[in-house]
Design a protein around this ligand. Structure first.
Ligand SMILES: [Zn+2]
Ligand SMILES: [Zn+2]
Length: 120
């Protein structure tokens, strides 16, 4: 069952929560996300701007997905960021202020998240 057809999305497409959820689970997004992380060297580009190399685990839409669905897979609109920076970009999610953590903590979290069964 196909919930979404990303290619038909325009700036005026209104995305429901179901459509957004389906998008973030979709194959084209997974592929695009991998491309962006690779392009950005798996580092948070926002922290890197501050001279801090922090592993990125999220790819963020510079123009938010809901504001312009036509740019859902536009590489120029995508940037690799860390969890904290991503929360900062989305104050609407209500995670509050960014707390800077030490890099060593970040790397630990990064490793723990990897499921060895999925390693291949
Ligand atoms: Zn960051
Ligand atoms: Zn985002």
């Amino acid at each position: 069952m196909k919930l979404i057809d990303i290619k038909t999305w325009t700036k005026d497409t209104r995305l429901t929560k179901e459509m957004r959820d389906a998008f973030y689970k979709s194959h084209p997004w997974e592929k695009c996300r991998g491309t962006i992380l690779e392009r950005d060297g798996y580092l948070c580009q926002n922290c890197l701007g501050d001279g801090e190399p922090v592993p990125a685990d999220t790819v963020h839409h510079i123009i938010h997905l809901k504001d312009d669905p036509s740019r859902a897979l536009d590489e120029d609109n995508l940037i690799s960021v860390c969890f904290d920076c991503h929360n900062e970009f989305h104050p609407e999610k209500g995670f509050g202020k960014k707390k800077k953590k030490k890099i060593s903590n970040k790397i630990k979290v990064f490793e723990v998240n990897q499921n060895p069964e999925n390693a291949w």
